[in-house]
Each structure stands twice: as structure tokens, then as C-alpha cells.
Design a protein around this ligand. Structure first.
Ligand code: 5AD
Ligand code: SF4
Length: 459
């Protein structure tokens, strides 16, 4: 008997924004796979295109509309035979605006509605206008998403927390992703085990406010993220655990302690500070001072002395003076960041900062951002240089760009390139770092590792 497979259709997903969108895109592909959708990179052969969008800054939002313009032409050249969906935070925030500006869009769906995609695709084929789903539905989408079955890379993402109740003055996330929700321990552990069975050796726990996670444990009580990390560290073959993005206010004692007592928890932490000025931190509604942040970093480094930090900085929040900007530079100098992301403040409609007094002019914002970025770039280069001569444990992720070359990541997330055999992929091997470049490291395998791999018989 021959099985009749679902008709083969092609799906193109374009992803902007944070790692949570990367995770969501993968889950949307999982949801659509049973309908016969297989991935493609070529827009001409796509039966369906999903733009998974980011609303965090104006630039990211505008890119969506220019991409939609190009997709109209692509749809026309296929005689209209293309389902176009806009997902993610722009969809959530600007549903009606999207269908008004781009009536060729068939589906608009917010981040909490991905499990409804198959039903929406069916409805779109019958509907005259666009199908829009941007409520925060009461049911939990995680309970309705299918389990991942796709083979995983060596590193995988796992969303454990969504939403944000912090309401920083400048940020749209609380409005687009809704209030904080934590997945229960059992669901997270089961997904981590599945990811490892599918090939992952490193799992990064994701959440807009990941350290606010307080999922229900099997005992009926809420667990801390530190306790979750310890539980995940028990999974055989799960070599590395990371989490992102954290808020300084939610860095509790147990999580700080976990950095000291859980070797699988990697010594690298993305901890956005946004500004080094107490006045601006207050205007931002961050709920901590610059010295609170310094003290927190001291506690973290006491627990895990080799901890490296990365951060987010905003230049030119309304009301920011030269003195406030100088305080930000001082904080950056005090901490010493290994990596960073810095942005010009971008007014987002509906957020409190958008109507605050004292907007900072573009030229001043540009100058401050340039100064901040020069300092952060120097710190990153210095951190990378300081790895030279170390023997670092490197998780080998796959082949490098050149023949005979492999690529991997240090515990501090630096990309590393070194000469080595393919069979090292997925292993953690010691690599002697020979040079630190601005964005990556070069290394060599110690002869002992090379000798072991040579001795192993071919598979
Ligand atoms: N303007 C500039 N940067 C912003 N971010 C969030 N909202 C804005 C905004 N309106 C930055 C913050 C946050 C990161 C993800 O994006 O630094 O941590
Ligand atoms: Fe946005 Fe602040 Fe929430 Fe982070 S903590 S998602 S910056 S509101």
C-alpha cells in the first residue's frame, strides 16, 4: 500500500528581532509541517511567506513595510497564488494598519496565536479580506503547539517565559507580548530532553524577562530560575545552559548562587542596564540605580569569578543630559563588558517616554551613541585579546568557513575557529586560543585531542 503524502508546499519565514522570534519562527514551521509545508529560501517558489516582525524600534518596523512592498510584486508574478502572513510584534501592535497599508496581506497574527495558524490558513483561503488574530487568547499556546521533531543544531533555544510586567518607559514589549507568563517545570524539562535527544548540547532558555520565570514545579510550588537550571543540568548530554534576557531586578540570590554551584550554567550573562544615570534610570522606570547594578555584578563575580557580561544601552532617552551620558560612560568603564548592544532612543507610539519632556536631538543622540559604541567596542576587543593563551572549553558547532576548519563557542559565547576534523561537531573540546579578533577568536587543538580523533576508526 502506498501512502498519499500531503501536497508539497513551500514556506518562507523571514525573522527580525530577538531570539524569541527565532524560536517562534521554528515553532511556526513545526505547526505548518503537517499541512505539507516544507521550508524554502526562494521567494519565487514560496506558496506561503511569513514575516515574523519586531516592533522594538522604528527602523525594525519600517523594514516590514518595505518588505511587504516587494512581496506584493512576488505575489503578482505568481498570479496571486501566495499566502502572505505578518506575525510577531508589529502584527500585534499594528494589525489594522498593516491591512490598510498592505491589503495583499492574508493573515495577521500576534505572538500568542501561532498554534492557530493551520486554522487561519484554511480561513484565509475562504475569506475575502485578511484574517486577523491579535487577541491574547486565554488558552496557553504552548499546550497547543506540536512537539519539535526537526533535527536540532548543537545549540537550541527554548522559550520558558513570555511577556513583561515591567513597563520600562521606552519599551513596547509589555503591550505587544502581554503580561508575564512562566511555563511549568515539567513542560520545560520535557522540551529540553527532547531537544537533547534531537542533537542539542546547549540550550538557551528564552524569555523577555527570563529571570522573572517562576514556573510551577511538580511539588505545586513556584520554582526559581536557579533551581530550574540545576534540574536541567541533570539531563545527560546537556553540556551547557544559558538564559536571556534578564532584568537586574529579578536577579535573585538563588540565581546568583546557581552561577557558583552549577558548572553547566555558562559564565556569560546578558544583563541590560540601559543607562548609568540614576535620574534616567528613574525616568525609564527601571527600578534600580547604577550602584544597585554595580553591586549585583560584584555578587555575580564573587559567585563565578570568570563571569563575563553583556548589556544593552540606550543613548538619548528623553531628558538625558551631558552629565547623564557621562554617568553611562562611567558605568560602562566600571563594569567592563565583553559584549554589548547599544541603540539610539527611538520613540515608540503609546509608550510613556514618547511624550516625555526633553527629547534629545538626533545629532546629539548620534554623537552619544558613537561615543558609547567606541568604548564598548574597545572593551570587547580587550576581552577577546585577554583570552589569548587560555585553553578554553569549546563547544564545536560545525564546520568553519574554510576547508578543514571547525567553528565553536567558548563558555563566554565567543565564536572560535580552529583546524580540526568534522567528527568533533557536538563535542566540547579544549582549544588553545592563539589570537583575539574584534568579533571572534582563533585557536588550535592541543595535540592530545588531535591524536585521539585520529585514532578513532571511521564510522
Ligand atoms: N529605543 C531604543 N532602544 C530600545 N530598546 C527597547 N526599546 C527601545 C527604544 N524605544 C532596546 C533596549 C532593550 C533592547 C532589546 O532594545 O536596550 O534592552
Ligand atoms: Fe521592555 Fe523593560 Fe520589559 Fe525589558 S524589562 S521587555 S526593556 S519593558
Amino acid at each position: 500500500m502506498t501512502e498519499t503524502a500531503a501536497p508539497r508546499k513551500r514556506l518562507l519565514i523571514r525573522t527580525w528581532g530577538c531570539q524569541m522570534n527565532v524560536y517562534d519562527s521554528a515553532r511556526m514551521a513545526d505547526v505548518l509541517a503537517p499541512l505539507g509545508y516544507a521550508p524554502t529560501e526562494a521567494v519565487e517558489e514560496a506558496d506561503m511567506v511569513i514575516l515574523n516582525t519586531c516592533h522594538i524600534r522604528e527602523k525594525a518596523t519600517e523594514k516590514v513595510f518595505s518588505d511587504l512592498g516587494r512581496l506584493r510584486d512576488a505575489k503578482r508574478s505568481r498570479g496571486g497564488d501566495m499566502v502572505i502572513a505578518v506575525a510577531g510584534c508589529v502584527a500585534q501592535a499594528e494589525g489594522a494598519e498593516i491591512t490598510a497599508r498592505a491589503p495583499w496581506v492574508d493573515i495577521v497574527l500576534g505572538p500568542q496565536s501561532y498554534h492557530r495558524l493551520p486554522e487561519m490558513v484554511a480561513r484565509a483561503s475562504r475569506a475575502a479580506g485578511a484574517v486577523i488574530e491579535t487577541d491574547f487568547p486565554a488558552e496557553d499556546k504552548f499546550d497547543h503547539l506540536p512537539e519539535t521533531t526537526a533535527p536540532q543544531g548543537v545549540t537550541a533555544f527554548l522559550t520558558v517565559q513570555e511577556g513583561c510586567d515591567k513597563f520600562c518607559s521606552f519599551c513596547v514589549v509589555p503591550y505587544t507580548r502581554g503580561s508575564e507568563y512562566s511555563r511549568p517545570v515539567a513542560a520545560v524539562v520535557a522540551e529540553a530532553e527532547r531537544l537533547v535527544a534531537l542533537g542539542a548540547r546547549e540550550v538557551t532558555l528564552l524569555g523577555q524577562n527570563v529571570n522573572a520565570w517562576h514556573g510551577e514545579g511538580p511539588d505545586g510550588h513556584a520554582w526559581t530560575l536557579g533551581r530550574l537550571a540545576r534540574r536541567l543540568a541533570e539531563i545527560p548530554r546537556l553540556a551547557r545552559i544559558r538564559y536571556t534576557t534578564s532584568h537586574p531586578r529579578d536577579m535573585d540570590d538563588d540565581l546568583v548562587a546557581a552561577h557558583g554551584d552549577t558548572p553547566a550554567l555558562m559564565p556569560f550573562l546578558h544583563l541590560p542596564v540601559q543607562s548609568g544615570s540614576d535620574r534616567i534610570l528613574k525616568a525609564m522606570n527601571r527600578g534600580h540605580t547604577a550602584d544597585d547594578y554595580r553591586r549585583l555584578v560584584d555578587r555575580l563575580r564573587a559567585a563565578r569569578p570568570d563571569l563575563a557580561l553583556s548589556t544593552d544601552i540606550i543613548a538619548g532617552h528623553p531628558g538625558e543630559s551631558d552629565a547623564d551620558h557621562a554617568a553611562t560612560l562611567a558605568l560602562i568603564r566600571d563594569i567592563g563588558f565583553a559584549q554589548s548592544f547599544s541603540f539610539k532612543y527611538s520613540a515608540r507610539p503609546g509608550t510613556p517616554a514618547a511624550t516625555m519632556a526633553g527629547p534629545v536631538g538626533e545629532a546629539v543622540k548620534d554623537a552619544r551613541l558613537a561615543e558609547i559604541q567606541a568604548l564598548l567596542r574597545d572593551q570587547q576587543a580587550e576581552f577577546n585579546r585577554s583570552r589569548t593563551g587560555m585553553v578554553a572549553d569549546v563547544l564545536v558547532t560545525g564546520p568553519g568557513r574554510h576547508p578543514g576548519q571547525m567553528a565553536g563557542r567558548t563558555p563566554w559565547l565567543n565564536p572560535v575557529h580552529f583546524a580540526g576534523p568534522m567528527e568533533l561537531a557536538g563535542q566540547v573540546v579544549p582549544v588553545t586560543i592563539t589570537a583575539g579578533h574584534p568579533n571572534s577568536l582563533s585557536g588550535v587543538l592541543p595535540t592530545s585531542v588531535l591524536a585521539t580523533t585520529r585514532e578513532r576508526p571511521a564510522a
